[in-house]
Design a binder for this molecule. Structure first.
Ligand SMILES: [Zn+2]
Length: 483
């Protein structure tokens, strides 16, 4: 950062910049030309922000809550950003990702991948979003999505200048490296001696205590790396499809499958939560190759090259005046309308809601009731997923419902911040057996997944098109397929 501090109104920011990790937000903050103070009108927006200016653009840097990652959290942060900053026109999603080297794309650690459509496909593929066909093959459901044309135009202009050495990428990298003495070592290029592309079948042989690859045989070299060292260590920027998934990929066979099937150049975990709802450009610094050879030393440098590249591309985006609330209120109205329609479809497809009965029982429970049960070995084992079934039996009125409500409440609190675990339940009541059909139970589980945003609105729209418009409901097996 340099220059003066000032106070800027929330409506004067036009660019959102989303990072998953603090180590990704740090170089972004250091690249601000000026840092600003801004007070939000909305006290319910608890996201963590930094504010400032990059060139002619006022930028809000948003970061996911500490210790969280993935599409669900990114969607929450993106929604807050768009709601609190009414003039935001588009978002950059900037940070580290896994590179996919191929015969025609020599991606190395520290390089940058920028999302761009490749031929007939969009710029993004949500590769784990779909369903299994009867023959075991996978049917992808994600729609082709690309950044808007004005961002792709900026990318083209940057690419042309960068290939002639006229874009400021190298200058921005050295700006941050030279900022403060204590950060210099952290952001330095780690060196080609730490960049090994092993063949997919060569799994990690030896790690240190921290699980970091230390002593694998450097003579095992993937054929894609036969080109040898480059004449310069400056990062190369690649353009192509970004594969986004819900889980960390450490599987070189899946990595290469994504390249062969979708022409993907990079794998990351947040874009899927953002790209369906707002105009977005994803820019990832390559910190690993999505294989078993864990190596964290590229994180800071890769976060820096991605941030420097994002700032350089931003310089080619024509700034527009902040339009304040008028345009943004229209955008917000559309979001609210889409949400209402989405909720109406969910209510139609899965009308029975077990959470009412659960909430009733929980509200009547005295504090600490059932605490003893949470400490039992049987419950603890079930929590670790070793105990597949937890069976409560007892006379009517013995308190099974209260214990079950206690157990659900405890498990939901425990896993609230883990995007890959959802606690779902069906809470039956002997006074309402007519409604507790198999169909309603499965539909209720689906409803809970939707509420937890485990299923995206795109997926719901898929069911909406098939059933709600035709005035019918999916069968339990069709709901299960939607899971
Ligand atoms: Zn290894």
């Amino acid at each position: 950062m340099s220059g003066t501090y000032g106070t800027v109104h929330a409506d004067d920011y036009t660019v959102g910049w989303i990072c998953a990790l603090p180590k990704e937000a740090l170089p972004a903050s250091l690249l601000l030309d000026e840092e600003y103070d801004t007070v939000l009108d909305d006290p319910t927006d608890l996201s963590a922000y930094s504010f400032g200016r990059m060139g002619d653009h006022n930028v809000v840097i948003a970061i996911l809550p500490k210790g969280t990652y993935g599409q669900v959290q990114a969607a929450v942060v993106g929604t807050n950003l768009f709601r609190s900053f009414l003039s935001i026109r588009f978002c950059f999603l900037v940070g580290i990702g896994a590179g996919i080297p191929s015969e025609d794309c020599d991606i190395r650690l520290g390089d940058v991948v920028v999302s761009a459509p490749d031929g007939g496909t969009g710029a993004f593929v949500q590769f784990d979003f779909g369903s299994q066909n009867a023959d075991g093959s996978f049917r992808l459901k994600s729609r082709p999505i690309s950044p808007p044309v004005f961002l792709l135009n900026a990318v083209s202009k940057f690419e042309t200048d960068n290939e002639q050495g006229n874009a400021p990428l190298a200058r921005y990298i050295s700006d941050v490296e030279g900022k403060q003495a204590h950060l210099r070592a952290r952001f330095q290029y780690p060196g080609t001696q730490h960049d090994h592309l092993f063949p997919p079948e060569y799994t990690c042989q030896a790690t240190d205590g921290g699980g970091v690859c230390r002593s694998c045989d450097r003579n095992h070299v993937d054929p894609r790396r036969r080109a040898g060292p480059r004449p310069s260590t400056a990062p190369v920027v690649h353009y192509g499809v970004i594969a986004s998934g819900g889980k960390l990929v450490r599987d070189p066979f899946l990595r290469d499958h994504l390249m062969n099937t979708y022409k993907a150049r990079c794998i990351e975990m947040e874009a899927g939560g953002i790209i369906n709802n707002m105009d977005c450009l994803v820019i990832r610094g390559v910190s690993d190759y999505a294989d078993s050879h864990k190596n964290d030393i590229w994180h800071d440098y890769a976060a820096l090259t991605a941030s420097a590249c994002a700032k350089a591309i931003l310089g080619y985006v024509h700034p527009v005046p902040a339009q304040g609330s008028r345009k943004a209120m229209e955008a917000r109205r559309k979001i609210e309308e889409a949400k209402r329609r989405h909720q109406a479809v969910v209510d139609y497809l899965a009308p029975y809601d077990f959470s009412k009965r659960y909430a009733d029982v929980l509200s009547q429970r005295h504090e600490n009731t059932g605490q003893w049960f949470l400490e039992t070995a049987a419950f603890q084992k079930w929590l670790t997923n070793e105990g597949r079934m937890l069976w409560f039996s007892g006379m009517p009125g013995a308190g099974k419902s209260v214990l079950l409500a206690t157990a659900i409440h405890h498990a939901q609190s425990l896993f609230a911040r883990q995007a890959d675990i959802a606690v779902l339940f069906a809470f039956c009541d002997s006074r309402d057996t007519a409604n507790q059909t198999g169909e309603n139970m499965v539909a209720s589980l689906w409803r809970q997944l939707v509420r937890r945003r485990v299923l995206s609105e795109v997926e719901c729209a898929d069911l909406e098109g098939s059933y709600a418009d035709a005035g019918i409901r999916p069968s339990p097996s069709e709901f299960t397929a939607a899971f």
